[in-house]
Design a protein around this ligand. Structure first.
Ligand code: ADP
Length: 610
């Protein structure tokens, strides 16, 4: 049998969890009380109650459902509730009180019911107003009945007992069912909320998987593109035309990678999946890396790059090194990008908070184009590029500073900007960091090896007596990495999976092993664990550097814990591969290129510090 439309609508409204809770309760309460009032009406008729009381109950049985149905159809249940409560409190209760024998009957028990009714179906101001009204009205009824007993319709003794008992039972039944339905709604909602939380958690997990696999999948082919392109750039035989094209590919490839990184980071933050992973880090090493990177860009553009680092900064801090680096590099890159001439300055200072914490501040100033005052409020908004007219020829997405702001917020820090249009800008980032080793870094000299551009590629070192193993399941990447290292004269073995690598580690003793992480069957971490324990293995103590397309601080921490001796992220350049190998190959096997040594210089970071 088909359920009538009205009942279906009522059921849908009661179970609609998007609907206001008080509306759903009103509908349930209306059904329960209508049944109860109907029973009371039948009992009154049978017992021969006063006609006034019978008429009041009949009116309630007719009008309340009509008002409720109208509210349901017009989707104005809240209004129905207000009208019903008004009728109930101002009309039904006083009439029942006087027709039903006042204090000598059961009707005063219904006052208690009206308190509960108002508390459950009304909300906000209306609820408070009606609470006061019931209190006043019951007071008025009681006082009136006391001083004017003739207004109260008298009941016989037996009627008084039956009426009072019936009222107790009926109000009790309403209370019972109401409490029961409220309880089951509550339990149902609780279960639903739990399920929703689980679903949201699963969504975050799959989004995380998606972001990291996207990053991995994109980095793998870019590694091949940039690596093969670097080989063309190195080749002394290629024509100037090809060289120019290859430089174009390199620029575009790096920009593409930066863009993808920004978009993935931004989406990760939008999805709430960006995690801050604090680790112990050496601030000197971090600053060296940052300065080395920006120095090259600034000098390429003919800008002066001044670095001043307070000597009292503690040597080892506790915080998310990767994300801090990302923030500072982003601001420094902008400073170089938006400055035509003059200088860019990085200054690092710290202020002690307590024994275990410092407030670390990075200040980046430039003598660039500056930012208009009216553009400052929008500066950290995503996709917002200010002064587009002037910036048209400068590449950018407008995501950088938004990512900076969100990362700084996640690390409970602050970022501020001060700028004079046409004169320059200063960005200041402050972050609270833990102190792991409080000894001051002192006079930090940053050794810069890539200061001068080499006219012709030359490897940083040669090691004809050295032997390394590269493990990667991507044949193209393996080939690129092998070729990038050809000039080092190292003996290079390659393995396409963990099993093949384990065969090689039984045969040869390597100076370094470069190991991919994600490989089918046996991943890089499992392979590393076996190498460390391998019976008859010749490489139990060989440095193993992970060479992976998995970027991000969480992965860096993972590889650290797994026991890798170094971490290289794809796309990897020849110089990065060489630097990593130089750190691990025994010094007596290395023949360092004289050209490279001559080209290095030290940047004193305390010179300008006052
Ligand atoms: P973009 O990818 O455009 O560089 P950002 O979010 O990094 O995006 O920066 C947003 C805008 O802020 C830039 O388009 C630029 O107009 C302005 N801006 C950022 N840093 C500087 C700076 N150091 N000097 C002048 N303008 C800047």
């Amino acid at each position: 049998m088909k359920t009538p439309g009205f009942i279906r609508r009522l059921k849908d409204a009661i179970t609609d969890y998007n609907r206001d809770f008080s509306e759903r309760i009103f509908l349930i309460l209306t059904i329960i009380s209508e049944c109860v009032v109907l029973i009371a009406l039948i009992a009154d008729i049978i017992l021969g109650e006063h006609i006034g009381e019978i008429l009041v109950l009949t009116g309630t049985v007719i009008f309340v459902p009509v008002i409720t149905v109208l509210g349901l159809y017009k989707d104005r249940i809240k209004d129905s509730a207000k009208i019903t409560v008004t009728l109930l409190v101002l009309l039904v209760m006083p009439l029942l009180f006087f027709f039903g024998g006042g204090l000598e009957g059961g009707s005063f028990i219904w006052f208690i019911f009206s308190f509960m009714y108002v508390g459950l179906v009304l909300t906000g101001r209306w609820r408070n107003v009606f609470l006061v009204m019931i209190i006043l009205l019951s007071f008025v009824c009681f006082i009136t009945a006391y001083y004017n007993p003739q207004l109260v319709i008298d009941h016989s003794r037996s009627m008084r007992f039956i009426d009072t008992y019936l009222s107790v039972i009926l109000v009790g039944i309403v209370c019972f069912f109401m409490a029961m339905s409220q309880n089951s709604i509550f339990q149902f909602e609780n279960k639903r909320a739990k399920k929703e939380t689980e679903r949201a958690e699963e969504l975050t997990r799959s989004q995380n998987r998606f972001f990291s696999s996207m990053s991995h999948e994109i980095r793998t082919p870019i590694n091949s593109i940039l690596g093969l392109n670097e080989l063309i750039l190195r080749d002394p035989e290629v024509s100037n035309e090809v060289l120019k094209d290859a430089s174009g590919i390199q620029g575009a490839g790096k920009l593409l990678l930066a863009l993808i990184n920004d978009i993935l980071d931004f989406s990760k933050m939008e999805a709430g999946s960006m995690d801050i992973v604090p680790v112990d880090y050496n601030i000197g090493d971090m600053l060296s890396e940052i300065v080395n990177m920006i120095w090259l860009k600034a000098t390429d553009k003919g800008l002066k790059f001044n670095v001043s680092i307070a000597p009292d900064v503690p040597a080892v801090l506790y915080g998310d090194e990767v994300r801090i680096k990302q923030v500072v590099i982003n601001i420094l890159n902008n400073a170089v990008k938006y400055t035509k001439e003059g200088s860019v300055e990085l200054s690092v200072e710290c202020e002690s908070i307590d024994q275990d914490h410092v407030m670390l501040s990075f200040s980046v100033s430039d003598t660039g184009m500056g930012i208009k005052k009216e553009a400052l409020p929008d500066l950290f908004n995503a996709f917002k590029r200010v002064d587009e007219e002037k910036n048209r020829n400068i590449e950018g997405t407008g995501l950088g500073l938004s990512i900076v702001k969100q990362l700084v917020d996640l690390m409970d820090g602050t970022v501020s900007v001060n700028s004079v249009y046409g004169e320059g800008s200063t960005f200041v980032v402050t972050l609270k960091q833990g102190v792991t080793d409080s000894s001051p870094i002192g006079d930090l000299n940053i050794h810069n090896q890539q200061v001068l551009k080499r006219d012709r590629y030359e490897s940083s070192f040669r090691a004809p007596d050295g032997r390394i193993l590269i493990v990667d399941d991507n044949e193209m990447n393996l080939e690129v990495e092998r070729k990038l290292l050809t000039d080092t004269q190292l003996k290079i073995d390659t393995a396409l999976d963990g099993k093949e690598a384990l065969d090689m580690t039984l045969k040869y003793s390597y100076d370094v092993i470069l190991m991919d992480h994600l490989m089918p069957e046996m991943d890089g971490i499992e392979c590393l664990e076996i190498i460390r324990e391998q019976t008859g293995g010749l490489n139990r103590n060989t440095p193993v550097v992970v060479l992976t397309a998995n970027a991000g601080s969480e992965n860096r921490e993972l590889y650290n814990r797994a026991g890798f001796d170094g971490y290289l992220v794809k796309p990897v350049s020849g110089i990065n591969l060489e630097n990593a190998l130089m750190n691990h190959i025994r010094k007596d096997k290395l023949i360092i290129s004289r050209n490279v040594t001559r080209m290095s210089r030290d940047i004193n970071t305390t010179e300008s510090y006052v």
